[in-house]
Design a protein around this ligand. Structure first.
Ligand SMILES: O=P(O)(O)OC[C@H]1O[C@H](OP(=O)(O)OP(=O)(O)O)[C@H](O)[C@@H]1O
Ligand code: HPA
Ligand SMILES: [Mg+2]
Length: 179
């Protein structure tokens, strides 16, 4: 069923069961790859909360969970400027940090995060993102764990919002008639 959010219409794109299946595969890969490490999942708020919640339960390793809040979107467009919304005080030094994002779109937010997190002297930094838009991506860094590569259309659901609404939808929707 299509969703009407603010002034826009969104159509079903990725089902809840496909999402859950894929997140379990990512969790199993991470379980294999980080045995014996001091692991931290660093969720980027707000968008990552649902993905992080499912992903952490699919990883069978001891791990810490931490959060950082940044923001750069207004409506369906990036402002190009990443704002860190609150201070960050957790200890990441010597730990393996997996940055957990809902989406890497232009890549501006992740570029900011990679630079910011290195200041905390982690042993290693990896990236897990639920979604990736290769046609919108403007950078060269590589992504370690990607749920789904998607076309360059605005999406909502599973944590992602359009002007603050739509995050609680358990499946993913894409904008109707967008380019
Ligand atoms: O690759 P980019 O073009 O930078 O887009 C990705 C970023 O945009 C969204 O954040 P947003 O600013 O909407 O904040 P939110 O997570 O609170 O919704 C998303 O959660 C990523 O952080
Ligand atoms: O397609 C998107 N949907 C919601 N939030 C976003 N932030 C970057 N890209 C998107
Ligand atoms: Mg947003």
């Amino acid at each position: 069923m299509n969703q009407f959010i603010h002034d826009k219409e969104f159509e079903p794109f990725v089902s809840e069961s496909k999402i859950q299946e894929r997140v379990k595969v990512l969790g199993a890969q991470i379980t294999q790859d980080f045995q014996g490490k001091k692991l931290v999942l660093l969720g980027i708020l707000k968008g990552s909360y649902m993905f992080l919640s499912d992903l952490c339960r699919a990883i069978e390793l001891p791990l810490e969970i931490s959060f950082l809040r940044i923001s750069s979107y207004e409506g369906t467009q990036t402002t190009g400027e990443v704002k860190q919304v609150a201070g960050f005080h957790d200890d990441l030094s010597g730990k393996t940090v997996i940055i957990v994002e809902d989406i890497v779109d232009t890549g501006i937010s992740m570029d900011y995060l990679l630079k910011e997190i290195k200041k905390y002297q982690p042993a290693d930094v990896k990236i897990a993102t639920f979604l990736y838009k290769p046609d919108a991506f403007r950078f060269k860094y590589s992504l370690d764990y990607v749920g789904f590569e998607i076309p360059n259309k605005f999406v909502v659901g599973y944590g992602l919002d359009y002007n603050d609404l739509g995050r609680n939808l358990p499946e993913l929707y894409q904008l109707v008639n967008s380019q």
